[in-house]
Write a protein that binds this ligand. Structure first.
Ligand code: HEM
Length: 137
């Protein structure tokens, strides 16, 4: 949800008033695309940003509910994803079931998965994922 956001560029939002943002002035009625993907990999906010380290979320307040702008996989504010509570439950349950019930094997003795993305309106894998589930006995 951080390194490979489903929606890397948050759908166009519009400024209701003129806004001063850092050294820029954004006029009223400007369409704004928020690059959540880049923010989620910015070394100013993340220690060793390209490393998958889920435990980085333990012991701090950062969550996905749109209040911590360094991590906004569901967007933020009035247009935040209304399906987030459902997605949270379904994705957690799905991933937990996958790792609890199966050992995952990669083809041809491969040890690493290519985690490169193709940037678009939604983020796609650069190469298809092929992994075989072997049920735990
Ligand atoms: C992991 C799953 C999901 C992710 C990562 C996700 C992410 C997002 C993001 C980033 C936005 C744009 C928010 C913004 O512009 O600030 C959005 C909007 C939206 N999402 Fe989701 N979403 C997910 C699942 C769902 C589900 C399960 C539903 C419905 C059952 C849903 C319904 C919507 C709708 C209706 C909007 C448009 C809200 C609006 O523009 O007012 N999403 N989602």
């Amino acid at each position: 949800m951080r390194l490979h956001l489903s929606v890397p560029l948050l759908v166009p939002h519009k400024t209701e008033t003129e806004v001063k943002l850092g050294q820029y002035v954004v006029p009223k009625d400007t369409q704004v695309l928020v690059n959540a993907w880049s923010i989620a990999r910015d070394p100013r906010y993340w220690d060793n940003p390209l490393k998958f380290k889920p435990e980085r979320f333990l012991g701090n307040e950062i969550d996905y509910k749109g209040k911590h702008f360094e991590f906004i996989p569901f967007g933020s504010g009035r247009r935040i994803c209304p399906g987030a509570p459902l997605a949270h439950r379904v994705v957690s349950l799905m991933v937990a079931s996958f790792v609890y019930h199966f050992e995952w094997k990669l083809p041809h003795g491969k040890e690493e998965i290519d985690m490169n993305d193709i940037f678009g309106l939604t983020l796609l894998r650069a190469t298809l994922l092929l992994a075989t589930p072997v049920p735990f006995k």
